[in-house]
Design a protein around this ligand. Structure first.
Ligand code: SAM
Length: 315
């Protein structure tokens, strides 16, 4: 065990279909041991038996504000160095840009601080419940003018949900419950998404003035979600977002009530996990949510999440 890395021993044999199944484990898989030298990667790769795999190289520890350019450059250099002995041994891998498809094998190479820590090597199979990016880390930087860290949270959630492309988002409408001061709304507007935001709190004036591509603007309803009853809302919303700092039982009640009106095709929800009792009740919250969500639930704790988890669902 080292910061942000936990290993367990299993009493029974585990096969390639092993999945930890915890929303708090961002990447999990079978351990292939450690590599002290780059050349040792060839021995670990033997487990794939000649099947093409993706090589994901990522840091063991991730600061909550993400990684800076210099750290990404160090990781990219490490990936390039690992490919040399693999190629020399005739082991082919997918291109760095290729996103894993369901069922593809991924070799996870976990890089510690400095060069003295050995590499930790693991393997997992990509599924609907695993992140397509190395270390579940999209390379997103927060613009200086973004009014809150929710910008980063929303962008990471879009990447996790496979929603980070124009085909899904451009020209669409989002309804955000708990939108102030506007970090997430700003991220959506920049992607050409119209936003209706509900929050009695103050919005950043820059976000209210901002016009994104496709004339995307924000409409702020300065009220509590409980007072939405009289407000006209579109009959269909593309994306329902909730980031209200309410305990999950109250937040879920409101989300279900709103969903019955707007029939959103996608959800991005933050559930606040403020104590152990709430943490233990996560499975029952998810069961409740599953009854009215638009599709399968995908749950994770994003790098930018603090005491909260992110649930994504879509048709
Ligand atoms: C974490 S902040 C949201 C950050 C925001 N998503 C952003 O992008 O900047 C939580 C917000 O939930 C709002 N909130 C709490 N209870 C609410 C309710 N019943 N209805 C609407 N908003 C609520 C708070 O006013 C607060 O602004």
């Amino acid at each position: 065990m080292r910061p942000q890395l936990i290993t367990w021993k299993s009493k029974r044999a585990l096969d390639g279909g092993f999945a930890l199944g915890s929303c708090f484990g961002r990447v999990s898989g079978l351990s292939l041991g450690m590599c002290a030298k780059d050349e040792d990667i060839v021995t670990s790769a033997a487990v794939f038996g000649g099947v093409l795999f993706h090589l994901h190289v990522f840091p063991r520890e991730v600061p909550e504000d993400g990684l800076f350019e210099a750290e990404w450059a160090r990781l990219d250099a490490k990936r390039a160095a690992l490919i040399v002995p693999l190629e020399a041994a005739g082991i082919a891998i997918h291109e760095a840009e290729a996103q894993p498809q369901i069922g593809d094998w991924v070799m996870d190479v976990i890089v510690g601080h400095g060069d003295e820590e050995p590499l930790f090597i693991g393997a997992h199979r990509h599924s609907t419940q695993t992140h397509p990016m190395a270390g579940a880390l999209p390379r997103i930087a927060m613009p200086k003018e973004a009014p809150s860290r929710a910008y980063l949270k929303l962008e990471q959630a879009l990447a996790w949900g496979g929603l980070d492309n124009d085909r899904v988002l451009f020209g669409k409408t989002a309804l955000e419950l708990g939108c102030a001061p506007g970090g997430a709304s700003y991220a959506l507007l920049r992607r050409g998404v119209r936003v209706i935001g509900v929050d009695p709190g103050q919005m950043d004036p820059m976000v209210l003035r901002f016009t994104g591509p496709n004339q995307a603007r924000m409409k702020h309803l300065p009220i509590s979600v409980g007072d939405l009853g009289e407000e006209p809302l579109p009959r269909q919303i593309d994306l329902l977002i909730s980031d209200m700092n309410l305990a999950p039982p109250s937040a879920l009640r409101y989300i279900e009530w709103v969903q019955n009106r707007v029939h959103a095709r996608h959800f991005i929800l933050t559930l606040k996990i403020n104590d152990r009792a709430i943490e233990r009740a996560i499975p029952s919250f998810l069961q409740q949510l599953g009854k009215f969500a638009p599709g399968e639930l995908r749950v994770t704790q994003l790098p930018a999440n603090r005491r909260e988890i992110c649930v994504v669902s879509g048709v």
